[in-house]
Design a protein around this ligand. Structure first.
Ligand SMILES: [Zn+2]
Length: 144
């Protein structure tokens, strides 16, 4: 395996801390983690969630909750700090014709209420992905 590349899809993984990995895996899998070198695979079609040295790898189904980057269903979370699912954004868009989800998350972040390193599987802020998801749902709604 080339260094830093996912063993399944060969995408370059994003380095994540042990805190991030532990925060997102189901209990038994939190033991026996590699000491260093864990990475997150953001490949949408790829089953791998985290991988690391010595062929260590855990798949998406080992996550505590549906991971919105990999799971296109409406129950998958897209904002982990405030428990916002893809379905919640879709419902709001259908009901009101617009959504302020990005604004709400931004305000929560400004108030210091987010904890992306522990709660988001990628270890980074969800806002970029939430923007993408919102734009995609809005364009689907406009087209239907
Ligand atoms: Zn991958």
């Amino acid at each position: 395996m080339a260094h830093g590349k996912c063993p399944s899809c060969n995408e370059r993984g994003r380095p994540v801390s042990a805190r991030t990995v532990k925060g997102n895996l189901k209990e038994p899998l939190r033991r026996d983690l590699p000491a260093t070198g864990m990475r997150f695979c953001r490949g949408q079609q790829c089953p791998v969630l985290y991988f690391g040295p010595d062929r260590w790898r855990v798949d998406h189904d080992a996550a505590k909750s549906g991971v919105g980057v990999k799971d296109a269903s409406d129950t998958a979370l897209v904002c982990y700090c405030f428990d916002i699912t893809r379905g919640a954004i879709r419902r709001e868009l259908h009901r009101d014709g617009h959504t302020d989800v990005v604004g709400r998350i931004t305000r929560e972040i400004e108030d210091g209420n987010c904890d992306c390193e522990t709660r988001n599987p990628s270890g980074k802020c969800c806002l970029g992905h939430v923007r993408q998801v919102t734009a995609l749902i809005a364009s689907q709604a406009a087209g239907s």
